[in-house]
Design a protein around this ligand. Structure first.
Ligand code: CTP
Length: 326
């Protein structure tokens, strides 16, 4: 294998969502050979200066991009406008960005100098979600979110981009389970389920701890509760749809398989699972397989989002207004 090309993909990555993960995935696929992907994340100060307060602070935004399976390294505090010198300092060959125009206050394309030097590549921006639309969802919450067919297509794309076998299984279509769905995974299969709504740094840290507690040859099968189960367990509907939540766990580097639309208790031994992990949200009942406890860090991402939006409501409304005009 030749030397990898180094790609620089910068952004705020605020309220990290599946389109951000898809940006890294698509950027890697622009090149046939090996890639070293740098996720270059702006500091809070840079974001406040250029577009107003972020939803999540820089430590959370750095941690969440580091959890993406398509990222190799994080450059913390990347400048808002990337110059050639920045790329050279990190030995980056190209800056990659979505195909949405990025202009400064005078309407000038901020990447024009990099384009002129042949150091710029772009991929198609993912429709359907943005930080701005996430803010709107929080303001409109709780309401049922419409699932688009595109999300299913994207979930298949995510799976195809992961080397080896990566089972993504719809719990509702499992039937009588004569054949366990995770038989392609080697090692012990460890199961952990949740809503994984507004997937953030706390969820990633929890998964990391689960991987640390169980043996290294274990595979992590992540169950994603159906909307009905989330409503029953938390008292309200999730912010993100079932497929959006499945996309969030699929892009996470600790996940080895996904079982989505699950009930609260699943038939663990019939599914071929060896260990079930309990966090503190729910105690899984299982007589047939080993159950272990792993302490959970704060997962209250939706609560954090609400607090922040409430405190900066005027600034966010102004940002939405500007976005709609552009
Ligand atoms: N991106 C994308 N599709 C989206 C949102 C972002 O492909 N729906 C890409 C952007 O084009 C950029 C990278 O993700 O290359 C980081 O974007 P970021 O600065 O975090 O966000 P914005 O472009 O401002 O989008 P958002 O409204 O989600 O903040």
């Amino acid at each position: 294998m030749g030397k990898p090309i180094v790609l620089w993909l910068d952004g705020c990555f605020d309220g990290f969502h599946y389109a951000h993960a898809n940006a890294f995935r698509q950027a890697r696929e622009l090149y046939q050979g090996p890639v070293h992907m740098l996720a270059c994340v702006h500091s809070d100060a840079e974001i406040i200066k250029n577009k107003g307060p972020p939803l999540f602070d820089e430590q959370e935004r750095y941690a969440v991009v580091a959890g993406c399976r398509w990222v190799d390294d994080v450059v913390e505090g990347a400048p808002y406008v990337t110059e050639l010198d920045n790329l050279d300092k990190y030995h980056a060959d190209f800056l990659v960005h979505g195909d949405d125009p990025v202009v400064d206050a005078t309407g000038r394309d901020i990447y024009a100098p990099l384009k002129a030097q042949g150091r710029y590549m772009e991929f198609k921006r993912t429709e359907g979600i943005s930080t701005t639309s996430l803010i709107q969802r929080v303001l409109d919450h709780p309401q049922w979110q419409r699932e688009s067919d595109y999300l299913g297509v994207l979930l298949r794309e995510f799976t195809k981009s992961i080397p080896g076998q990566f089972p993504v299984v719809d719990f509702g279509s499992l039937g009588d389970l004569t054949s366990p769905p995770f038989r392609s995974l080697t090692g012990r299969k460890v199961y952990v389920a949740g809503s994984w709504d507004c997937f953030g740094a706390g969820h990633i840290e929890f998964m990391r701890r689960v991987k640390e507690v169980v043996l290294s040859d274990s595979k992590l099968v992540v169950g994603v509760w159906s909307d009905e189960v989330v409503e029953k367990m938390t008292g309200e509907l999730p912010l993100l749809t079932i497929t959006e939540r499945a996309l969030a766990v699929t892009q996470c580097k600790y996940t080895d398989a996904v079982l989505y639309g699950v009930a609260i208790n699943v038939p663990a031994s019939r599914l071929g699972l060896d260990i079930v992990v309990n966090g503190d949200a729910h105690r899984h009942e299982s007589a047939s397989v080993q159950v272990i406890e792993v302490p959970v860090p704060s997962l209250a991402t939706l609560a954090k989002l609400r607090d922040k939006i409430h405190v900066h409501l005027d600034a966010f409304k102004e940002r939405q207004r500007r976005k709609q005009q552009s």
